[in-house]
Design a protein. Sequence first.
Length: 95
Amino acid sequence: MEKTKPKIDWQAVREKLQTESGPTYWRSLEEVVETEEFKGWVEDEFPNRLSIPDIDRRTVLKFMGASMALAGLAGCRNLPQTKLVPHVKDPENRP
């Protein structure tokens, strides 16, 4: 269920801008919302939102388990052991 992105006709935009004689302003946000470009942008913002209900609980749990296992493995590496010794007397010229 792939949706194609709506293409902006740049030639039509250029022609519309060339015929305009001065700056045009939106009177309200409703004018922007009603344009086809804005509707296309909203549809493309979350393109997979229609497929979210198709994911079942078992699949989500599988992904969560795999991510936890990989995070646990990342924390199991051997780091070099360094001995930390505090200063008995602070070094000079050190704040």
